[in-house]
Ligand binder design. Structure first.
Ligand code: MRU
Length: 364
């Protein structure tokens, strides 16, 4: 997607052929800063500190992190160590483990001398595949928006989204936002309600930044506004992303997603989850066993922002001494999800629905 007219992906190989650069998402929307990642440790730190975040981008960054580790030491033991280290940085998004498994498969049967080239080739392919996968999610999701637009006779389709499942969370396009971008680009009138997404404000800081940069009409609302908007007929559909989908269709996504799904169900608003194949955890029978990342209470107690003079500062927003809890994700039961939008099409949020699109996964 474009920033100030220039096309970007969220991660790219630099001219040296082995290190990568990423957009530092902790600095957005106030500053656009590109940071180099020159080692596996750099990649792990970028994932942990959320300079890169969003399930597919975490996976892509880990893939290049492992390639950089293999460049240092291509032994089986070193690869195992690097995978374990990268995998533990963020526990909920399955794409991290998926990407590392893909990387291992690409190199482990090769002679050591061939492993570096194979690792970089697989990391590049993971990124390219993610771009195409997200583009296809957009094609299928746009059809849903088109259907609603046809019934609204020119009044904008009202979409609500939570967190950032946009191109910044992926390599390009986004998952939840890809249908939005493609519908907007095709001239379908639409407007997006952007949940601010406390505590880290990925909606206000990242989704709104993305949509604004692309010229998509949008409005930031506090997380608690969604139910009210739905009660008043101001939301035609909800589209969110996900960090892990269990085989039965339960969905882990940014904390607060579950409440949006409940409100959508109560108000008869379609609630769709957009995801690539790499987000499905076929090993989990149900979502309650998905590990939920518990993050620092500081993210709840403090908030970064820009002062009128342009300085970016972090302020305290709570009574001194109060402790804070910070579960980063929740699980939305499959029964609250209208359907999944994947690169292979739209399906019901059930085991049978997923298997209808991924029949090769039948039997485990
Ligand atoms: O904690 P984050 O910012 O990594 O959480 C991101 C989300 O919850 C996204 O909705 C999810 O990763 C889907 S990304 C296409």
């Amino acid at each position: 997607m474009k920033i100030n007219g220039e096309a970007y992906r969220t991660i790219w190989l630099t001219g040296d052929g082995w290190s990568v650069e990423v957009i530092d998402q902790t600095r957005l929307p106030h500053e656009f800063v590109v940071v180099p990642l020159k080692s596996m440790e750099d990649a792990a730190r970028a994932i942990l500190t959320m300079q890169v975040r969003g399930a597919p981008l975490i996976g892509a960054t880990a893939a290049y992190g492992l390639a950089m580790a293999i460049r240092e030491d291509a032994s089986d033991e070193a690869i195992d160590r690097a995978c374990a280290y990268l995998a533990k940085q963020r526990p909920t998004a399955i794409n991290l483990r998926w990407a590392l498994d893909e990387m291992r498969r690409a190199v482990l049967n090769l002679p050591r001398a061939d492993r570096v080239a194979a690792a970089y080739a697989r990391a590049a392919q993971i990124c390219d595949d993610d771009v195409e996968t997200c583009r296809l999610i957009g094609v299928h999701g746009k059809a849903l928006i088109d259907d609603i637009a046809a019934k609204k006779g020119g009044t904008p389709v009202e979409v609500l989204t939570h967190c950032n499942a946009g191109w910044l969370a992926c390599v390009d396009w986004g998952t939840a936002t890809s249908p939005i971008y493609q519908a907007h680009d095709a001239g379908v009138p639409l407007h997006v309600w952007v949940d601010e997404t406390r505590p880290r404000n990925q909606g206000a800081s990242l989704t709104a930044y993305e949509l604004g940069s692309h010229g998509v009409p949008h409005t930031i609302v506090v997380d608690n506004a969604g139910g009210h908007l739905m009660q008043h007929g101001k939301v035609d559909l909800v589209i969110v992303g996900t960090d892990r989908v269990a085989a039965n269709g339960d969905v882990a996504n940014k904390i607060g997603t579950y409440l949006k799904a409940l409100a959508a169900k109560d108000n008869g608003v379609p609630f769709y989850v957009a995801l690539p194949h790499s987000t499905i955890d076929w090993t989990l029978d149900e979502g309650m066993s998905i590990p939920i990342e518990e993050r620092s209470g500081d993210e709840v107690l403090k908030m970064p922002g820009r002062l009128p003079d342009g300085t970016v500062v972090t302020i305290e927003i709570a009574a001194p001494g109060s402790p804070a809890g910070n579960p980063a994700f929740d699980v939305t039961p499959a029964r609250l999800v209208t359907g999944f939008i994947t690169e292979r099409g739209v399906c019901p949020a059930t085991r049978e629905g997923l298997l209808s699109l991924y029949p090769e996964r039948a039997g485990g």
